[in-house]
Design a protein around this ligand. Structure first.
Ligand code: DGJ
Length: 748
């Protein structure tokens, strides 16, 4: 239903813009087909084909994943691979869509179970399938026991991205313990020239793009922390060939929709075949499935690009905005927000916030967000979490006067919360010390002086939902910044039986999702940001329930260029919040101009987090001018096609990004000179993705093009001849808007 709406919408956009094509194949429906003669399933969607067969031993065996093939191409029946040696059985040499751990399997299984009688062997055979619209469901069953697995393939016709997941069903008469459960295994044929890209980092240093050759053995990307984590993000991209680049070459990519502990393994097996398996992290995992019960895994999305990792990102961005985020398929652009955190810290009060709100409104801010410090006995990070009443000293008449003031200034109001945490110094903890994750009689390790509430417990879940519901029903709050400032320790759940405690890895996250889902249903206009001390909880699971994310607490505008670059490999600029904060930066004491800081943040969803009380009249003027300019391009920046023209990584002297509206009638170019060396001029910038036949008028947002540059030229000119930018010095930036001035008169 949702997918059909999207296709129609995109067609409407294309038609209304008078364009014949976009870079995406919006009009083609997905085609899912089962060839009864060869027993091969074939999926065609976007620009890709995906195929797998029921092989000669009734297992599901991958056949093809890549560039779209001719509809007349037929696959032969799928045959298992032979034993490679007595050490490598056919089970382990034959790729499998979803392998149970059983027989002679030595590569990563998708599913590993244990029965009460000691049996741990699981061999899954094809039973049946159904195809309904864009969804294929396949039922597998163990060769002997009534353990069933339903495999789901949900296909996005526009991008060709497939969402794969599994439901494990215990139809035996005894409990089954699940020790490992993946959503899917993605397979690539034998090859020694694959390389893996993934994202790594830490607090305030997230989103570093790593690249390594795929060698024999296994690379593990994971979080054992109870939530997504800053250290690895559940995204991968695999390129083939010696010299793949941003805009050419084959790329297979994937992202896991799960905000709890997760794992993705990238494995080159003994026959140099590649298998990527992802799902719940099996570390410390155990899930008891009673007779008649089932466990659904998260969804592991996978896609293919024939035009490099740049196109892979654009496909993912498009998919996120049209299929994942709560407002999909047509999310409204992110409003320009102001956030109080870097200005006032915990020291918030009515008069101070109202003064900031007045100043924020004067520069064109649309949403005012009060951050940490407004509740309980919260003077610093030692107390208050868990006590969600408005602090009477700071706000003697509650939040209403501030909210009314914010509304009277023409902005909507947002509030910071950290619902899953408690300080030991709080009324909540004194009353319910048993509500936190803990092992009986063991220490409770604190992080930022706080403990994690066990959201898997029903009473805790109800408390968290209850206080948020109360807050939202008594105050006109349009936006919640939902924070989460530590990872798990001592993840015990003493209130349930020992063999049920590790279900916390599933139930906690499911309850988090259910709270978000229920709040959104009850307050349909509420928007939510996922924050976890910066970018510690960004994944396609949380993005299904939140409208935006906070990528990093590091707000230095130069560091941000790299952070934002890495972020966009996996996630859309349309969900990437970026604040302009004060200079020098608290992070590294670096000084930059206000214009530079704005241009860095304008590459994403713009916010302001500076202390406006310290700004000069000139700074207010600059901010006002740039916020106005941003509003003229934000649809293109947030929802358009991103081209990372020059990367800020690897010590590059410059970096450049370009965003092009989907109907190509506007483009925005951001150029940054980090530190000029040896006096070379700024290199010519070759734009991409424009309509070659259209005429584009250029308008400067900041700084200028080289003397003599045209003000109107064709798309071919800007792409072929290129743009000469006038930048010299250190931490300099320029930005330009290109508007199709021929669009009104002609169709091209
Ligand atoms: C961590 C967030 O990332 C910050 O933006 C801020 O909200 C603080 N928490 C508040 O404690």
């Amino acid at each position: 239903m949702k997918l059909q709406t999207v296709v129609l919408n995109v067609v409407a956009v294309v038609a209304s813009a008078g364009m014949c094509t976009t870079s995406l194949t919006a009009q083609k429906p997905a085609d899912i087909h089962f060839d009864a003669a060869s027993k091969v399933f074939r999926i065609d969607a976007g620009d890709m084909t995906y195929a797998f067969g029921v092989n000669n031993v009734d297992e599901l065996q991958p056949v093809y994943w890549g560039q779209q093939l001719s509809r007349t191409d037929k696959f032969p029946p799928t045959l298992t691979k032979p034993e490679a040696a007595s050490f490598d059985s056919s089970t382990t040499t034959t790729p499998n869509e979803y392998a149970g751990w059983g027989g002679g399997l030595y590569v990563e299984p998708a599913l590993k179970v244990s029965y009460p009688d000691g049996n741990r062997d699981l061999v899954l055979h094809y039973v049946s399938h159904t195809i309904k619209g864009d969804e294929l469901t396949i039922t597998l069953k163990d060769i002997e026991r009534n353990l069933f697995v339903e495999l789901h393939y949900k296909v996005d016709p526009e991008t060709g991205i497939i969402g794969r997941s599994a439901v494990i069903m215990n139809k035996t008469s005894a409990p089954v313990t699940i020790k490992e459960a993946a959503a899917a295994t993605w397979s690539l044929p034998r090859g020694t020239d694959y390389s893996l890209r993934y994202l790594a980092g830490r607090w305030a240093g997230e989103w570093n793009l790593e690249k390594q050759a795929i060698r024999p053995g296994e690379t593990v990307l994971e979080s054992k922390r109870g939530s997504t984590g800053h250290q690895n993000n559940p995204w991968f991209a695999i390129e083939r060939g010696e010299h793949p680049d941003e805009e050419s070459g084959d790329v297979w990519f994937g992202a896991l929709a799960w905000s709890g502990s997760w794992r993705i393994t990238v494995e080159q097996d003994q026959l140099q075949q590649i298998r990527v398996t992802g799902g719940f992290n099996p570390f410390d995992f155990s899930y008891k499935l009673l007779p008649g019960k089932e466990l659904a895994t998260p969804v592991f999305y996978g896609g293919y690009s024939h035009h490099g990792v740049g196109e892979a990102s654009r496909l993912l961005h498009r998919f996120e905005l049209t299929k994942i985020v709560p407002q999909a398929p047509d999310p409204r652009p992110r409003p320009v927000l102001y956030n109080s955190w870097e200005a006032t810290g915990f020291d918030v009060n009515q008069a101070g916030q109202e003064a900031l709100a007045e100043k924020a409104a004067s520069i064109g801010v649309e949403r005012f967000v009060m951050d940490d410090g407004w509740f309980g006995q919260r003077k610093n990070d030692h107390a208050g979490l868990g006590d969600w009443y408005v602090n009477p000293q700071k706000f003697p008449n509650g939040l209403k006067p501030l909210i009314d003031k914010v509304h009277s200034l023409g902005m909507d109001f947002g509030l910071w919360v950290e619902p899953e945490m408690v300080n030991p110094d709080s009324d909540l903890y004194r009353k319910h010390p048993d509500w936190v994750l803990n092992f009986t009689g063991r220490p409770r390790t604190e992080g930022r002086n706080q403990l994690v509430l066990n959201l898997a417990r029903k009473d805790v879940r109800d408390y968290v939902y209850g206080f948020l519901d109360n807050l939202l029903s008594h105050n006109q709050i349009s936006f919640l910044k939902w924070d989460y400032n530590r990872n798990w320790s001592e993840p015990g759940w003493p209130a349930v039986a020992p063999d049920e405690q590790q279900a916390v890895y599933v139930d906690y996250t499911r309850n988090l999702y259910s709270i978000l889902r229920e709040l959104r249903a009850k307050y349909p206009h509420l928007e939510i940001e996922s924050c976890s001390g910066g970018g510690g909880r960004v994944d396609l699971g949380i993005l299904g329930l939140t409208d935006e994310v906070w990528p990093s607490d590091n707000t230095d505008p130069f560091d941000r260029l790299r952070i934002q670059d890495g972020f966009t490999y996996a996630y859309s600029p349309g969900v990437m919040m970026a604040w302009v904060t004060d200079s020098p930066s608290w992070m590294n004491n670096r000084s930059t101009s206000l214009e530079y800081r704005f241009l860095s943040s304008m590459q994403g969803s713009l916010g302001v987090g500076a202390n406006l009380n310290k700004w000069t009249p000139e700074e207010f003027e600059t901010a006002k001018r740039l916020i106005t300019a941003y509003k003229q391009v934000r649809e293109t920046v947030q929802h358009g096609s991103l081209y990372r023209l020059v990367s800020p990584r690897d010590g590059s002297e410059i970096s450049v990004t370009e965003s092009v509206a989907l109907n190509k009638n506007q483009a925005v170019l951001f150029t940054f000179l980090h530190s000029s060396q040896m006096g070379y001029p700024f290199p010519r910038v070759y734009m991409r993705g424009l309509d070659p036949k259209a005429d584009y008028r250029v308008t400067s947002i900041a700084a200028s093009m080289a003397k003599g540059s045209p003000t109107v030229a064709s798309g071919s000119y800007w792409m072929g001849h290129g743009v000469d930018v006038n930048l010299r010095g250190d931490f300099q930036a320029a930005a330009f808007r290109f508007d199709d001035v021929s669009a009104a008169n002609s169709s091209h």
